[in-house]
Write a protein that binds this ligand. Sequence first.
Ligand code: XUL
Length: 523
Amino acid sequence: MGNFLGIDSSTQSMTGLVIDTDTATIIAEVSVNFDDHYAQRYGVSNGVIDLGDGQMHSAPLMWAEALEQLCRQLSASGINLGTVDAIAGSGQQHGTVYLNDQAATTLSGLSAQADLAGQIERIFSRATAPIWMDRSTGEQCRQIEAGVGGRQALLQLTGNTAFERFSGPQIRRFWQTEPDAWERTANISLVSSFVSSLLAGRLVGVDAGDGSGTNLMDIRSRQWSPAALEATAPDLARRLLPVADAAAVVGVVHPFWVERHGFSPDCQVLPFSGDNPSSLIGLGLVQPGQVALSLGTSDTLFACMDQARVSTTGEGALFASPDGTHYMALICFLNGSLAREAVRDRYGLDWAGFAGALARSPAGNGGGLMLPWFAPEIVPHVSAARVIRHGLDEGVVDANVRAVIEAQALSSRIHSEWMGVAINSLNVTGGASTNRDILQIFADVHGCPVQPFETTNAAALGAALRAAHGHARARGAAQEWSAVVAPFTSPPAAMRVEPNTAHRGTYDALLASYRALEAQHAG
Ligand code: XUL
């Protein structure tokens, strides 16, 4: 097939990853760190401009500079950009870019004689872009929910209740607080669609994956919802481009990229998606029931779902998958490594000691349970830190170590039930995924095989895979998604941990008692 470039424009950096589908290898991966290059010029720290009062913004012009820098770094790493057949990408979700009526003509008329940022300086109706870390829109969230008939109505319509970080509330706040600049706004882009527009030299629409992080898109029809637009800001329909088909090539790169950076004039551009939907593809989750769990400070669960089901109690976000048919659930358990480390430190263990304690203790822990809320929990909602032990003596080291892991596995099962799809494979990434006793507990609790999984940048890889898929489709040689992702996302089978069927009864009983204990203390 060829070489495909995936670009992830994230909060702190922009990453480019090139895959060669003939050899199924990643042939380049480079990153431009925003603070390293642009801290002075754009006033960013960790990629973010803190404007006070919860307003967290970034600079779209900085992303344009980074895109050129990324191309230079890819070339310097030995990649001939002329061999790239197609480019797709992803952006940090939810951030909004406000463009004036000069944007479309400026983008199409770019000259290769000058740098990109200098030429597009005047296309913005707002110099900065609020991003997902913004916490200034609480009031707007409530107003939008009320405008569509309430919180549950917005949830059912768009797949999510209004979140402060989502695009719709950001847009509404801009309209309310800067009406003059709003009037000068001809188009609103997301981070993802802005970067793909720079490559294509014209305004590219938002894909359904990122569209579902706006509170503006009908999650089932994958079109902007007139009711949600109406509840958000006036004349929004004409400011948003139609939702783009993530799998359809939008055109070739603008000659700017050919002349200045050596891309082929035939190199195709696809719509970009959000970083989480893109990671779904990069983790290989293209069949319902395939799930990945990333064990970090917080544990994050990504799942591929067959239908747009929602959690009525707010236990996760729902996005459309850029594969065009499926949906994804994103569930964040705040007490991940945070809780594992708290237990490890409480008993003066290192990780080897922690693993030993797990290995020595019996499945089901003799019924002993812990609610490991060392910090306020997101899922289930727990407003203040508390650690509850039930049938568990705080003094017994091994049982406490087992209790924290069993709690996390049980909680991940209970709080993914709303997806309405049985988990049939679980890929676990992150530091703790090398511990086979941890994986065994997850396998036993979920009753499915669990595999440790090393990832690079899953969002950038997902984008490169989308580029490969879109390129084949444009040539009339469409491939099944599973065939596209498999060569890059299949963990080695030798590492697989199978569920121990002898433990099924033990964990069924423990699940019931954990559920009851949690119901008593959560909130
Ligand atoms: C998801 C979210 C973050 C950003 C980070 O809803 O807000 O994960 O996408 O880039």
